[in-house]
Ligand binder design. Structure first.
Ligand SMILES: NC(=O)c1ccc[n+]([C@@H]2O[C@H](COP(=O)([O-])OP(=O)(O)OC[C@H]3O[C@@H](n4cnc5c(N)ncnc54)[C@H](OP(=O)(O)O)[C@@H]3O)[C@@H](O)[C@H]2O)c1
Length: 276
C-alpha cells in the first residue's frame, strides 16, 4: 500500500483531485460552523463536506473566504437536497460556498435518490450544466444504490465521480462498493466513526489498545486503508485535531481482517439506497 499522508489525494474519473481525508459538517450548528471549519483548516484538513440540508453552506464559505489558504487549495463539496427549483438552488449554493466572482464548488452531489425516477435525470442534467458553466468542478451522487447507478448509465452524459454512502466496519455495503469500484466511482464514507456508537466494541477496543490510538482514529484509518474517502465530523477542537492524526500508524492485515469481519448491514443514518 502506498504510504498515506494528510496530503494524499484521489484522482476522480473526471480528472479532478480530491483530498482523501475529508471533514464533515452535518449537525454542525451554523453559529459554530465558521469556527469549526477554521479550526479544521488550521489542523490541516483541505476537504470540507457540506450540504443544503445542513444549513451551514454560508458559514463554510465564510471560513474559506476569511482564511489565508488559497481557495484553490481547499476542496469543498455540497449537496442538492430538493427536486424543485433545482437550478435556483444550485446557484444559491455556489454563491454561499464561494461568494467571489467566478465562484465554484469542487464537488456537487445529489444528496439522495429520493426525488424519484422521473426527477433524478433532471437533477443530474442540471448538475451537468453546472459543470459546463464552470460552477462545479466535479459532480456525483450520495445514497445511490446499484439500481440508481445502473439507471444513470442510460441518462448521464457525465458519469458520477463519487457515491457518498454510509461506510464503516458495521456497514460495508459490499454490492454498492463493488459496483462503484468496477465503474471507477470513488466512494466517500459518511459516518466513518459510526457517530460514536461503537466506541466500546470489543474488537475495536482491542485494536485501539494494540496500536496505541483511539477508537476514532482506528476507524478513520480503516476507511483510508480500504481506499474510501472518510468524512469525520467534529465541532470539538481536540477531536478535530486528533481525527487528523491517522498517518503515523498502519493497521496490519490481521487488524483490517478483524474489522472487515464486523459487517452486519447496520446503519446509523437513514438508508435511502433501496428507494424507488
Ligand atoms: N450524504 C449523507 O446522507 C450523509 C449522512 C450523514 C453524514 N454525512 C457526512 O459525513 C459526515 C460524518 O458523518 P456523521 O457526522 O454522521 O458521523 P461521524 O463523523 O461518524 O461522527 C460524528 C460524531 O462523533 C463525535 N466525534 C467526533 N470525533 C470524535 C472523537 N475523536 N471521539 C469521540 N467522539 C467524536 C462528534 O461529536 P462532536 O462534534 O461533539 O465532537 C459527532 O457527534 C457528516 O458530517 C457529513 O458531512 C453525509
Amino acid at each position: 500500500m502506498a504510504k498515506l499522508s494528510s496530503k494524499t489525494v484521489i484522482t476522480l474519473n473526471s480528472g479532478v483531485k480530491i483530498p482523501q481525508l475529508g471533514f464533515g459538517v452535518y449537525l454542525s450548528p451554523p453559529e459554530v460552523t465558521t469556527k469549526t471549519v477554521t479550526t479544521a483548516l488550521e489542523a490541516g484538513y483541505r476537504h470540507i463536506d457540506s450540504a443544503q440540508w445542513y444549513f451551514n453552506e454560508e458559514q463554510v464559505g465564510a471560513a474559506v473566504k476569511d482564511n489565508s489558504i488559497p481557495r484553490s487549495e481547499i476542496f469543498i463539496t455540497t449537496k442538492l437536497g430538493h427536486a424543485d427549483k433545482v437550478v435556483e438552488r444550485l446557484n444559491e449554493s455556489v454563491t454561499k460556498i464561494d461568494p467571489t466572482s467566478g465562484g465554484y464548488v469542487d464537488l456537487f452531489l445529489i444528496h439522495a435518490p429520493t426525488a424519484g425516477p422521473e426527477n433524478r435525470p433532471k437533477q443530474w442534467k442540471a448538475l451537468e450544466d453546472l459543470v459546463e458553466q464552470g460552477k462545479a468542478k466535479a459532480i456525483g451522487v450520495s445514497n445511490y444504490g446499484v439500481k440508481h447507478l445502473q439507471e444513470m448509465e442510460k441518462y448521464a452524459q457525465i458519469p458520477p465521480a463519487v457515491n457518498q454512502i454510509e461506510l464503516h466496519p458495521w456497514c460495508q455495503q459490499p454490492a454498492i462498493v463493488a459496483y462503484c469500484q468496477s465503474h471507477n466511482i470513488a466512494l466517500e464514507a459518511y459516518s466513518p466513526m459510526v457517530q460514536g456508537k461503537k466506541a466500546n466494541d470489543p474488537t475495536l477496543t482491542k485494536i485501539a489498545e494494540e496500536t496505541g490510538k483511539s477508537w476514532a482514529q482506528v476507524l478513520i484509518r480503516w476507511s483510508l486503508q480500504r481506499g474510501f474517502i472518510p468524512l469525520p465530523k467534529s465541532d470539538t477542537k481536540e477531536r478535530i485535531i486528533s481525527n487528523m492524526e491517522v498517518f503515523d500508524f498502519e493497521l496490519s492485515d490481521a487488524q483490517m481482517d478483524a474489522l472487515n469481519a464486523l459487517d452486519q448491514d447496520e446503519h446509523v443514518c437513514l438508508n435511502p439506497t433501496g428507494c424507488s
